[in-house]
Design a protein around this ligand. Structure first.
Ligand code: SER
Length: 327
């Protein structure tokens, strides 16, 4: 991996992954692909090349790949689960049509491709606790349907054409940098924003709703490590379960209270998100990723919480060291 195109570079994952890849591959081109209306700004714009790449337009993908001699594409374009239910046709166009365009360019020009899958690729008939790597995948959301299709299509391009496709199934991703938009796991980000702003958090999911979550630095490392993994060791490709923590709203709220004693949460349920969350696993078994490419998370709920609170306080200029509140 030397010259890399990130499609969706200004989104929730892309804005951080692009910066990480630029620091890891300083001698290559790490190209921020963006769509009109979501142009890169600040450090993202200044630290490397950018190119307009609408994933629904194969010519734009090919143009960026040619211009920067791209050998690896990170395809991060997607609508998250709740917003995808409002726009299922667009979710398919981006998630499946866009992936097809990317894979075709990769086939013609010899690029490797990373496309994230998700806990959303599972459904109600999947075993929910310690969900195995290889199991039933019958999701009931359009988001999940696009993710399962993406896993199959990516494996097909590997088996049929030798396109080096690899992927991980991301849990809900938590970060203080770019907010998610329209996901089912977003509450686990929003709760920290409310805590640092001193606001009561209205939780859209009921107590007992367990889902896998991951702190963004671990997710970024997974995206890099899977693409750097020794292909001879990979028995799976699209897509690996990865996991670091599983909690419900009560557990994360209690953890935040340890550091923000005045924090308050009440419930205001969102039936759409609750239905989606109930259909997803409570926790994934990531032993295949551990065996095949040495995956290992670094952040647990406690480490993530202290880091989130610290950095959100910095972001909003709030002068309260996290540790002082523990007393
Ligand atoms: N974070 C995603 C969502 O909630 C799941 O991968 O839609």
């Amino acid at each position: 991996m030397k010259n890399i195109l990130i499609i969706g570079a200004t989104g929730q994952i892309g804005s951080e992954l692009t910066m990480k890849l630029r620091s890891l591959y300083p001698n290559g081109n790490v190209v921020a692909g963006y769509i009109a209306g979501a142009e890169p700004k600040g450090a993202l714009l200044e630290s490397g090349p950018a190119h307009i790449v609408d994933i629904t337009n194969p010519l734009q993908i090919a143009e960026a790949v040619d211009k920067y001699q791209v050998d690896t594409i990170y395809n991060l374009a997607a609508l998250l689960s709740a917003v995808a239910e409002a726009k299922p046709q667009l979710a398919w166009k981006i998630g499946v049509g866009g992936l097809y365009n990317t894979l075709e360019v990769a086939r013609e020009k010899g690029c490797a491709v990373f496309t994230p899958s998700s806990i959303g690729s599972f459904g109600p008939s999947t075993p929910h606790v310690k969900t195995p790597q290889d199991t039933v995948q019958r999701p009931e959301t359009i988001y999940g349907v696009t993710k399962v299709t993406g896993e199959l299509l990516s494996d097909y391009y590997w088996n049929r054409f030798g396109v080096d496709t690899r992927s991980v199934r991301f849990p809900g991703l938590i970060s203080y940098v770019a907010p998610p938009g329209g996901g089912t796991t977003d509450y686990a980000v929003d709760i920290y924003y409310s805590a640092v702003k001193g606001e009561e958090f209205k939780c859209p999911l009921k107590p007992g709703t367990f889902m896998d979550m991951m702190y963004m630095p671990d997710a970024l490392r997974a995206a890099v490590e899977i693409m750097e993994a020794d292909p001879a060791r990979l028995r799976h490709r699209n897509s690996f379960n990865i996991a670091s923590m599983s909690f419900d709203p009560e557990i994360i709220a209690a953890k935040i209270k340890e550091y923000v004693p005045g924090f308050k949460m009440s419930y205001e349920l969102d039936p759409l998100r609750q239905g989606i969350a109930d259909s997803w696993p409570d926790s994934l078994d990531d032993s295949c990723a551990r065996e095949e490419w040495d995956w290992k998370p670094e952040f647990d709920l406690d480490a993530m919480t202290t880091d989130m609170l610290l950095n959100l306080r910095k972001k909003f200029g709030i002068q309260q060291p996290v540790v002082a509140e523990q007393a």
